[in-house]
Write a protein that binds this ligand. Structure first.
Ligand code: ATP
Length: 319
């Protein structure tokens, strides 16, 4: 394969730039021509495609966001849109694509694969919601961002003897709440995968108060079907201690990627380019244990995510 394209799609994630850098430089080192496609599938449909050089990806390793920018594209969701996208790649002579994004972006990749384009999926999403890989690029940084928020909130919550609910990202997958909750010593973790027992939550808060704790931290994933502000008033009413809700929102997406995310991005993106170079079938790249793995696209998307019950139970014991 002589000419490849790279795009970032869906929600941005810290480490996407590290993946773009690695893919471009790996491709160039193997004497391929590398093209950057701007704004994901939306830019592909518009033909926003530019040739990348070694220097095009200089000084981006440490930056959050994505220099290629990203988008959610309605137009690409139709068969006509996908036909047009495949034609656009043909126009530019691009034979293979590295798609950096989440499961939606991968489904789009599968549609292009059906139109004869080789596509390698690199998991770039803070949600960690892909079943076939232990971790996705951006997740570790997001967890660390939430940890630093927990530290800040702990100071002020102790000073005011307050209960604080921190609502973190995760509509279907509670991994950010789960991992940040364990690492940050949260008193309660609420995730969409486990039914919430409000009585139990209040008992936990009351037990903490009675044992002399000056604050309680509750980490709640956004996918839990309860409004955080209403939840805070309910807990305040039942426990008699002031409760507040904090929603950090997109703060969780930004920031310099952690070392772990940069390494993961570099390993996965170079693997993707190697597979294109070797003319392999379309694949999704992941990490299982310490090993970088790749699965046939369709197979990867069928693997169901398993919730980390062991981590959840451990966090309950330790808090
Ligand atoms: P994140 O996990 O950060 O939300 P994502 O890749 O899952 O990332 P989506 O918005 O779901 O984000 O998908 C990105 C783009 O991929 C969509 O805007 C759309 O263009 C394309 N896409 C999503 N789902 C499909 C699908 N089922 N078929 C074809 N294309 C799709």
């Amino acid at each position: 394969m002589k000419r490849i394209g790279i795009l970032t799609s869906g929600g941005d994630a810290p480490g996407m730039n590290a993946a773009v850098r690695a893919a471009v430089r790996k491709g160039l080192s193997m004497e391929m021509e590398v093209y950057g496609i701007e704004r994901g599938y939306e830019g592909l449909l518009d033909g926003d495609i530019k040739k990348m050089e070694w220097k095009s990806v200089g000084d981006i390793l440490q930056r959050g966001g994505t220099i290629l920018r990203t988008a959610r594209s309605e137009r690409f969701m139709t068969a006509e849109g996908q036909d047009h996208a495949a034609k656009m790649l043909e126009t530019f002579g691009i034979e293979g694509l590295v798609v950096i994004g989440g499961d939606g972006s991968f489904r789009g990749g599968l549609d292009l694969d059906k139109r004869g384009i080789k596509v390698m999926g690199v998991p770039g999403t803070i949600d960690n919601d892909l079943g076939y890989t232990d971790y996705t690029i951006g997740f570790d940084t997001a967890v660390n961002t939430v940890l630093s928020l927990i530290s800040n909130i702990r100071d002020t919550a102790s000073a005011h003897e307050r209960t604080t609910i921190i609502e973190v990202m995760g509509r279907h997958c509670g991994d950010i709440a789960l991992h940040a909750g364990l690492a940050g010593g949260a008193d309660v973790i609420m995730v969409p995968e486990i039914e919430v027992d409000l009585n139990k939550v209040c008992r936990k808060v009351l037990r903490g108060q009675q044992s002399g704790k000056l604050h309680s931290i509750i980490i709640k994933a956004e996918g839990v079907q309860m409004n955080s502000i209403e939840l805070a008033s309910e807990i305040e009413e039942r426990t008699g201690r002031e409760a507040r809700a904090v929603v950090p929102g997109h703060i969780q997406r930004g920031g310099t990627p952690s070392g772990r995310d940069r390494i993961l991005a570099s390993l996965m993106a170079t693997k993707a380019v190697q597979l294109l170079y070797d003319d392999e079938e379309s694949k999704a790249i992941g990490i299982v244990g310490d090993e970088i793995v790749s699965y046939a696209f369709e197979e990867a998307l069928k693997i169901k995510r398993e919730f980390g019950n062991d981590i959840f139970e451990l966090a309950e014991i330790l808090s």
